[in-house]
Design a protein. Structure first.
Length: 71
């Protein structure tokens, strides 16, 4: 089971995810991940999280999102 401090690295995209808070550390209330996504030509597949709320803070560069089919 993932726990705070665990890290995942995607060698294809260069993306690194550091788990800050997990279900086990927040009594099932929160999943907080610090994600670094360097610029690449590889796009993350479109996907949804129907029971989650997402918040993003872009520190540098840019990011494009589609919500309900609108960019």
């Amino acid at each position: 089971m993932i726990k705070p401090g665990d890290k995942i690295h995607n060698s294809m995209t260069g993306q690194t995810m550091l788990f800050i808070q997990t279900s086990s550390s927040s009594n099932g209330q929160l999943l907080e991940i610090d994600c670094v996504s360097p610029p690449t030509g590889v796009k993350e597949p479109e996907h949804i999280h129907p029971l989650q709320e997402n918040n993003f803070r872009i520190l540098s560069g840019s990011c494009t999102f589609s919500v309900n089919g609108k960019e």
